[in-house]
Each structure stands twice: as structure tokens, then as C-alpha cells.
Design a protein around this ligand. Structure first.
Ligand SMILES: NC(=O)c1ccc[n+]([C@@H]2O[C@H](COP(=O)([O-])OP(=O)(O)OC[C@H]3O[C@@H](n4cnc5c(N)ncnc54)[C@H](O)[C@@H]3O)[C@@H](O)[C@H]2O)c1
Length: 324
């Protein structure tokens, strides 16, 4: 269970792209806690300087400010790296519909640059963030690898293309790539601000400030909300999984199903407030329900998540209460 018993040689160097962001900064922290070395590459486009300042005094931590759209930067970042945990990308389905060309450059070309740089630098394992959005409009639940529908946004296209390119790098060049299809991750340091913020931190912040949150749609949509600790476990186990696990992508979730309205009222209760939400229109590119079959990751990566939604949401609320 979890990742506390995993071990890497102490001089292992992990390159975390997007390490100033929510998931990346949590990966950096976990790696430092294991006593290994981290190099963080980030252009601070959506990431935060504060997530660098947390670790910059650690001797095992190095920050490289740079853009994955630039191949030379990726080459520099991959020098000497044993493992790459590639998280850098722009998220948000609706924003990708507003700026498709940027998503193609940033998420697709950026990832191609990282794959090429990892290959040329002899990286042992290239683990990268994919997304549940690759399931598109496939209605069958739970979502299982190999059963994908029509893609619904430029963001989903970028993640699908990432997976296809990574497979080619495994097939033709022997770079061991593992894609992790994250399902609605939440937890400490996820940004609650801005028009494209994820729903859990946004609601927590609004409720803490006595603002009225807006629910897009009727609130009956469901998601497999996944606590950050499970995502850290998946990344580290993907680094250690047997070579046969590479060249593929895996669902990374808890395997549960939470309804948005239930989450909303759970948060009001936990925060001791009584505010009714506004209901707004559905968001384009959104699907009604999503939950994951995680048996492939269990079988081939040894993934065994031990943070269920309730345990995770309590930890997240406690963190925002202390830090907002
Ligand atoms: N959070 C989720 O629920 C979720 C779900 C599915 C997939 N993902 C994927 O996980 C990864 C991390 O997501 P997150 O939630 O931590 O987002 P985030 O925005 O907090 O972090 C992304 C980081 O990447 C950096 N970045 C973006 N473009 C870059 C570029 N061109 N060069 C260098 N750095 C760049 C940003 O500055 C930021 O620090 C992303 O690939 C995202 O698509 C996240």
C-alpha cells in the first residue's frame, strides 16, 4: 500500500517538468523526502514561484526556469536524469477550446521535445501525465484502457497525441515510457483561483470566504476524484515497474464515484457554512459521468491506492484551512 516502502538509489536524479504546479510540486516533495535528487523544469506559466521557494534551500533540489517548447531547454534539463516525470502542460478543457493552437504547441510539441531529449540523454524511464479526457464521449463505465470514444476537446487531443508519440518512442527507440491517465486529481497546493480552477479548491475557497459557488449543470455529474497521494504513488511505481509495462497508458484514480452536489454539501458541512449554490450552464466538452477501472495499473504497476475520497477531502480541507 502507498509508496513509503519504495526505494531508489540515493543518487537518483528525477527531472520533474511542471514542478512548480500542483501535481509536480507534490512529486518534488515526495522525491526529496525519499532522499533523492530533483531537478524541476517549469516556465511558471501556470505554476507558482511559491512552489519553488518551498524547496529551493534543499541541497538536492535544483530549479531550471524554462519552456518545454524549446528543445535545447529540454536537452539541458534531461542531462544526467535517471527518471523523467513529465507533468508540464496546460490543463482545462474549456480553455483549450478557446486556444487550440496554443495547446498544440505547448502540450503536443512540448511533449515531443521532452521525449526526444529523454531519448538522446539515455533516460531510464519516462513517466508522463495523460488524462481521463482521452476517453472522450465513450459512455460505458467504468472507463477501461482500450475502450476510448471520440475526443471532445483540443486538450483531450493533445493528451491522446502524447500517448501515441510516447508509444512510438518505446517502439522505435527503446525509451521506456509510461502514461498515467489521471482522473480529477485534488489536494494540497491545487490552485483555487482563476476562471479555469478545479472545482474542489475553488468551492473550498469560495465557501471559506462566504461567496456563492456556481455549479455548471445540475450537479448530478460524477467523477472519480483522486487524492494527490495516490498520484504520487502511481508515478513512483511507474518508475520501478518492469520494462514490459512500458509503451502503454494506465488509468490512475481511486476507482470511486462522487457526485458534484454531494461534494458541495459535504464541503458546506465540513466548513460549517450554509450557502445554496448557483446553477450555471453545462460546460462545453464536459461529460456527465466518469469513473475508472484501475485494474490494469494494479496488475502491471503494482498501484494500490490507499487514499479514498473521504480521507483525501478531509486532508485537503485541513490544508486549505491552514494555508488560505
Ligand atoms: N489536476 C488534474 O486533475 C489533472 C487531471 C488529468 C491530467 N492532469 C495533467 O497533469 C499535469 C499536471 O497538472 P496540474 O494539475 O499539476 O497543473 P498545473 O497547472 O498546476 O501544473 C502544470 C505546470 O506545468 C508548467 N508548464 C506548463 N506549460 C509549460 C511549458 N511550456 N514549459 C514548462 N513548464 C510548463 C506550469 O507552469 C505549471 O507549473 C498536466 O499535464 C495535466 O494535464 C491533471
Amino acid at each position: 500500500m502507498g509508496y513509503s516502502n519504495l526505494s531508489f538509489p540515493k543518487d537518483s536524479l528525477f527531472l520533474v517538468t511542471g514542478g512548480a504546479g500542483f501535481i509536480g510540486s507534490n512529486l518534488c516533495e515526495a522525491i526529496l523526502n525519499m532522499g533523492c535528487r530533483v531537478r524541476c523544469l517549469d516556465d511558471l506559466s501556470t505554476g507558482k514561484q511559491a512552489n519553488i521557494d518551498l524547496f529551493i534551500h534543499y541541497p538536492n533540489y535544483e530549479f531550471l526556469k524554462g519552456d518545454i517548447k524549446d528543445l535545447d531547454t529540454c536537452m539541458e534539463a534531461c542531462k544526467g536524469a535517471d527518471y523523467v516525470l513529465h507533468q508540464a502542460a496546460w490543463g482545462s478543457v474549456p480553455r483549450s477550446i478557446e486556444m487550440p493552437l496554443f495547446y498544440a504547441h505547448n502540450n503536443m510539441i512540448g511533449t515531443m521535445n521532452m521525449l526526444e531529449a529523454a531519448r538522446q540523454n539515455g533516460v531510464k524511464r519516462f513517466v508522463y501525465a495523460s488524462s481521463s479526457s482521452v476517453y472522450g464521449d465513450e459512455p460505458k463505465l467504468p472507463k477501461a484502457e482500450g475502450r476510448e470514444g471520440n475526443l471532445l476537446s483540443p486538450y483531450a487531443v493533445s493528451k491522446h497525441v502524447n500517448e501515441e508519440c510516447a508509444k512510438q518512442y518505446t517502439r522505435h527507440y527503446g525509451l521506456e515510457t509510461i502514461g498515467l491517465r489521471y482522473f480529477n486529481v485534488f489536494g494540497r497546493r491545487q490552485d483555487p483561483n482563476g476562471a479555469y480552477a478545479a472545482v474542489i479548491p475553488k468551492f473550498i475557497k469560495q465557501l471559506m470566504h462566504n461567496e456563492v459557488p456556481t455549479i455548471n449543470g445540475d450537479g448530478q455529474q460524477s467523477r472519480d476524484f483522486t487524492y494527490i497521494e495516490n498520484v504520487i504513488e502511481a508515478n513512483l511505481k511507474a518508475c520501478l515497474a518492469p520494462a514490459e509495462a512500458s509503451g502503454q497508458a494506465y488509468n490512475i484514480a481511486y476507482g470511486g464515484r462522487e457526485y458534484l452536489l454531494d461534494i458541495y454539501y459535504g464541503l458546506t458541512k465540513a466548513l460549517g457554512v450554509s450557502v445554496e449554490p448557483h446553477f450555471g450552464p453545462d460546460r462545453p466538452g464536459d461529460i456527465k459521468h466518469s469513473n475508472a477501472d484501475i485494474s490494469k495499473a494494479r496488475r502491471l504497476l503494482g498501484y494500490d491506492p490507499d487514499w479514498d475520497f473521504q480521507r483525501g477531502i478531509q486532508a485537503a480541507i485541513a490544508w486549505y484551512q491552514e494555508n488560505l
